[in-house]
Design a protein around this ligand. Structure first.
Ligand SMILES: Cc1cc2nc3c(=O)[nH]c(=O)nc-3n(C[C@H](O)[C@H](O)[C@H](O)COP(=O)(O)OP(=O)(O)OC[C@H]3O[C@@H](n4cnc5c(N)ncnc54)[C@H](O)[C@@H]3O)c2cc1C
Length: 537
């Protein structure tokens, strides 16, 4: 196999032109570029998928090793099984993406994955209500003209204005996918260039006020959405992220779990090897510019480029020496996600309703008018961010199989038996609230504490993407927008930046000779540290 001269610079930095041992000049070996990706979530999977594609398009041989400390692909996009039933999978983390999420939507089509469409979801969630700890300030059946009339009656033109502002924000954001902006070397610069700095620099409250959107609509409807999506009130989330919370058109999820997109991305190319249950402990830059990665088991492997596709502050990594840019440690939401199953509906009395009125199946929350939503995170009197019926199923483990609802709660504190007893209007024991009881009020329960996303405080600058020569970072994007799509975009952006650099080096150092490729590496990444270059070509 032969390559054009463009391949010459893709000699690994460890690979040099050598003479053979008998003194005759040997044809130089081209060692594929070796890239390590730490993290197999949306960002790392997308980086691997796009890097393989871009490199192939440029005729660049490479080996990508993706290291993931969990046993599963997807990171914060993962599923659980109610009643421990493997046939029932519901989203534990990231549950929804939308039709303007081009990377995820295109991958869904490319991999022929089935979606749970909006109709399916709505069939399970026919009613939405907004609870402020005292009363339901707004309830809505999805889609009917009567609900639109109710919206106008209560909020005037604010919903129309907010919708227009959301669409303008999305249009600006989508420029980040296209030339001349894509790929961007600096997130701070591109956010400014596409015209979104005004919105990231203000709180959602200030931004909407500046745009003439009535505070009542902002506080009740938009804030209910920022609380369910980012556990934040309008005074502690920036304007772009507040608009993202309104961009719900074409909401969808993947049957079996959104993580399947990322699984397919990682198996899309022979260039990519994924190593699950592999925790990287240290990244060490070498004198020749390559990086040694050390696993917690003490194994070392060498790479030309490293992509850190996880928030540095939660990765337990030592980077030695400190890179030129070290990402700031930023406050993350510590969210409690509770899923549980029960045959019972929520108790109307717990939500200020008369006993015969049904509680909406999707209860979002907001603050009362006298509550502080500006200075710091504050769940307020409502006490939780949302409680919803996400699905239903049959509990076959009960002594007599029974139909049950599957609920999800987002809250700032762990959900206990008192909370569950109150919202269901039934006695729930401590043990049931911790572990469930197949024949009890709570038949199955799962508690998950997670650093879910950053507090999206207003800001106009963001962390660097290139931390050092050959060291890249995807998670800077999370303080701009934290979603599966934006992480996937960040991974794609890094992939394009790396390939552009390789192509540039190729242009600079081409000497006009065709080169012979030598697949001079072991598919086991741990065998490659200090690997000697073959001389006998
Ligand atoms: C409860 C919840 C609900 C959400 N809802 C939505 C939603 O509806 N829609 C949406 O788009 N987004 C949602 N999000 C946000 C979304 O999940 C994230 O923005 C996105 O998944 C982040 O992807 P990532 O790849 O950047 O990071 P992660 O998913 O965190 O992936 C990083 C990976 O790196 C691995 N890792 C870290 N350190 C190491 C190491 N030292 N060695 C090896 N591996 C390492 C981790 O194990 C992890 O798998 C939600 C998040 C949560 C928690």
């Amino acid at each position: 196999m032969r390559l054009t001269t463009a391949a010459l610079p893709f000699l690994s930095s460890a690979a040099a032109l050598r003479s053979s041992s008998n003194g005759e000049s040997a044809q130089p070996a081209i060692v594929p570029k070796r890239v390590a990706i730490i993290g197999a979530g949306a960002a790392g999977s997308s980086a691997a998928y796009h890097l393989a594609q871009f490199a192939q398009d440029s005729g660049i041989p490479l080996q990508i090793d993706v290291f993931e400390r969990n046993w599963h692909i997807g990171g914060r996009s993962t599923t659980i099984n109610p009643w421990f039933d493997p046939d029932q999978a519901i989203e534990l983390g990231a549950s929804i993406f939308v039709d303007v999420n081009h990377i995820l939507v295109n991958a869904t089509k490319a991999f022929n994955l089935s979606t749970n469409n909006r109709e399916n979801l709505l069939a399970n969630i026919p009613e939405v209500g907004i609870w402020n700890g005292k009363e339901l300030v707004f309830t809505m059946n999805e889609g009917g003209w009567w609900d639109l009339a109710k919206l106008f009656w209560r909020y005037g033109y604010a919903p129309v204005k907010a919708n227009k502002l959301m669409r303008e924000t999305v249009d600006k954001f989508l420029q980040m996918y296209e030339r001349p902006h894509f790929p961007w070397r600096s997130l701070s610069d591109v956010v400014q260039l596409v015209g979104l700095t005004e919105a990231t620099g203000l709180t959602g409250e200030q931004y909407m006020q500046n745009k003439g959107i009535a505070p009542k609509f902002a506080n009740e409807i938009v804030q209910a959405s920022t609380r369910v999506n980012y556990a934040s009130n309008l005074g502690t989330i920036h304007g772009v992220e507040a608009m993202v919370c309104l961009a719900t058109n074409g909401a969808m999820s993947i049957a079996g779990g959104n993580w399947r997109i990322f699984e397919h991305m990682l198996s899309s190319s022979d260039y990519i090897s994924t190593h699950l249950n592999h925790t990287i402990a240290q990244i060490s830059k070498q004198a020749d510019g390559t990086y040694n990665l050390t696993s917690i088991a003490g194994r070392v492997s060498s790479f030309d480029e490293v992509i850190l596709a996880a928030p540095l502050q939660f990765s337990n990594l030592v980077i030695d020496p400190a890179p030129e840019h070290t990402p700031d440690e930023i406050p993350y939401v510590k969210l409690h996600v509770t899923h549980f199953t029960t045959p019972h509906k929520l108790d109307p009395l717990a939500f200020g309703l008369e006993a015969d009125k049904p509680v909406p199946e999707y209860v979002l929350t907001t603050l009362q008018v006298d509550e502080d939503y500006g200075s710091k995170p504050n769940v307020g009197r409502a006490g939780f961010f949302s409680i919803s019926i996400v699905s239903s199923g049959v509990n076959v483990h009960a002594s007599k199989p029974r139909s049950e609802y599957i609920y999800k709660i987002f809250s700032p504190k762990r959900i206990d038996y008192q909370f569950l007893s109150r919202v269901l209007g039934l006695q729930v024991s401590k043990e049931e609230a911790e572990k469930g009881d197949v024949d009890g009020t709570i038949s199955w329960i799962n508690h998950w504490d997670v650093h879910s996303y950053p507090y999206e405080y207003p800001r106009v600058t963001f962390d660097e993407i290139k931390l050092d020569e050959g060291l890249w970072y995807t998670s800077a994007i999370e303080s701009f927008i934290s979603t599966m799509e934006t992480s996937a975009l960040s991974g794609k952006n890094v992939a394009q930046l790396i390939v552009n650099e390789w192509n540039k080096q190729a242009g600079e150092s081409s000497n006009g000779e065709d080169m012979k490729i030598e697949a001079n590496w072991d598919s086991n990444p741990w065998n490659n540290a200090q690997k000697p270059i073959k001389d006998d070509l």
